[in-house]
Design a protein. Sequence first.
Length: 196
Amino acid sequence: MPEFWARLAASFAYLTGCRRGEILPLGWDQTDLAERVVRLELGTTKNDQPRVIPLAPELYEILVMQKAIRDRDYPTCPWVFFQEDGQPITRWELRDAWERGCKAAGFVDDAGKITRLFHDLRRTGVRNLIRAGVPERVAMAISGHKTRAILDRYNIVSGADLKDAARKPGEYLAHKGTQPEDRHTIGTQPDPGRIQ
């Protein structure tokens, strides 16, 4: 993506699963670098529910860098993500930067149409949280999904997930073979006094 500010906004979406409409108006008053969280306040989210977004180390570093640029060059700028002149980023400017970046990366079909949406970063962010072992309820709280059904539309099973599922039973069985086994039949308990 050509514009530095557009890359930062895309990184935030990728790492948090936040929506474009939550990212562009994000202000420094919602960003607590000391606590390493971003607070999306009541009325600033699609479902009007407040959320707390914990900052992963990489995201924290991005925001610390962005704050340093803001403090040095545009100390009155209230927005976390701003253009080179300290002005807010509009959705149209982000869309244009996104399309240029997709074309530069080769994400186009034979007709030259862009094959990736900015919203795909939200899907990826949610999947990354879950694949990293974050409990689904916590991932829902971070991403703002109110129901499991909606979360499931974002948590798409990929070919890599299926390959991983095929590999795991073999690893489990190989590990199980190295562990002592307590054998007894279903419905009975082993005799604790019996020497095996």
